[in-house]
Design a protein. Structure first.
Length: 291
C-alpha cells in the first residue's frame, strides 16, 4: 500500500512524542470514504494534543488534527463520490479517530459536510472548527429569539479563535439589522457605542467596508460631547426615549449629511427606526420611513 505524510502522536514509557512521518495507508482506520486532505486548522485542542498538556488523544499512535477540508478520493458511501469537496469537524477526529494533519484520511461518510461551491478548502479551514462552533452558538441565540435590539451579548474568551469569530458574527447581525430597516450610507453617519470593545470594533470595520461613515464612541452615553469633539458646530440629542444602541454613522473624515442636515440612524427600545438630526439646541427625534 502507498504511504503519505502525516503528523503522528506516539506514546511510550518515556512519554509522548510527535513526528512528521510516512504513514502506511493500510493503517488508516475503518471508514467508507477516503479523502485527500488539502487543509486543516491549528485549534487549541490540537495544541493540547501535540504538546501532551491535556489528555486529548485517547488512542496511540494518533494522527493529530480535529478537522480538515479536501476532496473525496474513493467512496462506498451513497452520498459521496470521487471528486466531491468535503469538510469534517469533530467526530473524535484527532482524539479517537486518525485526524486531519495528514495527506489522507479515511472516515465515515455521515461525518462529512459538503463544501459550499463558493468556498475554497483553505477558506473553510480559515473559519475552521472554531468558526463552525461560533456559528452554532449564534444560531442557538436566533432560535431563542435573541436579536440585536435585546441589548449586549457577553462573549467569554473573546480573544480566542471561537470567541473572536463569535464577536464578528454578532457584529455582522447588528449591521444586517440596519439593512433590514432600510438604512443605507446615504442616510448619514452611524454611531457605534462601545467601539473600543471586540464587537464594537468589528462593527466599525464592517460598516466602513459597506460605505457607512462611522462615529466611534467609547464607554459612557455622552454622545453629544463626542459629536462636539468631532464637529464643534453640532451635537446630538436622543430625545426622551434613550436608544438601546446607536449603530453609528461616522465618517473617517468628518460627519456625513443627509438632505442638508446632520443625522444618524438609531433604534429605540421598541426596535423602531428613527432618524435623529443634530443641532446645538434640544430637538426631538424625527420619525422617518427611510427611503
Amino acid at each position: 500500500m502507498p504511504t503519505f505524510k502525516a503528523i503522528v502522536v506516539e506514546k511510550s514509557d518515556g512519554g509522548q512524542k510527535v513526528r512528521l512521518t510516512d504513514f502506511d495507508e493500510a493503517n488508516l482506520m475503518e471508514g467508507d470514504v477516503t479523502v485527500r486532505v488539502e487543509w486543516s486548522t491549528v485549534n487549541y485542542k490540537d495544541g493540547l494534543a501535540i504538546t501532551g498538556k491535556a489528555p486529548v488523544v485517547r488512542r496511540f499512535p494518533m494522527i493529530a488534527g480535529i478537522d480538515f477540508a479536501g476532496t473525496v478520493e474513493s467512496s462506498t458511501h451513497p452520498q459521496w463520490k470521487p471528486g466531491d469537496r468535503v469538510i469534517l469537524n469533530g467526530w473524535g477526529l484527532g482524539e479517537t479517530h486518525l485526524g486531519g494533519y495528514a495527506e489522507k484520511a479515511r472516515v465515515k461518510g455521515n461525518w462529512l459536510v459538503r463544501l459550499p461551491a463558493r468556498n475554497s478548502a483553505r477558506g473553510a479551514m480559515a473559519i475552521g472548527t472554531a468558526g463552525f462552533t461560533a456559528m452554532l452558538a449564534v444560531m442557538a441565540l436566533e432560535r431563542h429569539g435573541v436579536t440585536p435590539r435585546h441589548g449586549p451579548v457577553i462573549v467569554t474568551g473573546a480573544a480566542g479563535g471561537l470567541g473572536s469569530v463569535a464577536v464578528t458574527l454578532l457584529a455582522m447581525l447588528a449591521v444586517m439589522a440596519l439593512e433590514r430597516h432600510g438604512v443605507t450610507p446615504r442616510h448619514g453617519p452611524v454611531i457605534v457605542t462601545g467601539a473600543a470593545g471586540g464587537l464594537g470594533s468589528v462593527a466599525v470595520t464592517l460598516l466602513a467596508k459597506l460605505g457607512f461613515a462611522v462615529i466611534a464612541s467609547g464607554r459612557g452615553y455622552d454622545h453629544g460631547a463626542i459629536l462636539l469633539q468631532v464637529s464643534p458646530d453640532h451635537s446630538v440629542v436622543a430625545g426622551t426615549r434613550r436608544p438601546i444602541c446607536f449603530v453609528a454613522v461616522a465618517a473617517q473624515r468628518g460627519i456625513g449629511r443627509h438632505e442638508g442636515k446632520w443625522c444618524a440612524a438609531a433604534f429605540d427600545s421598541a426596535g423602531s427606526h428613527r432618524v435623529l438630526t443634530f443641532s446645538r439646541t434640544p430637538i426631538s427625534p424625527v420619525s422617518s420611513s427611510v427611503k
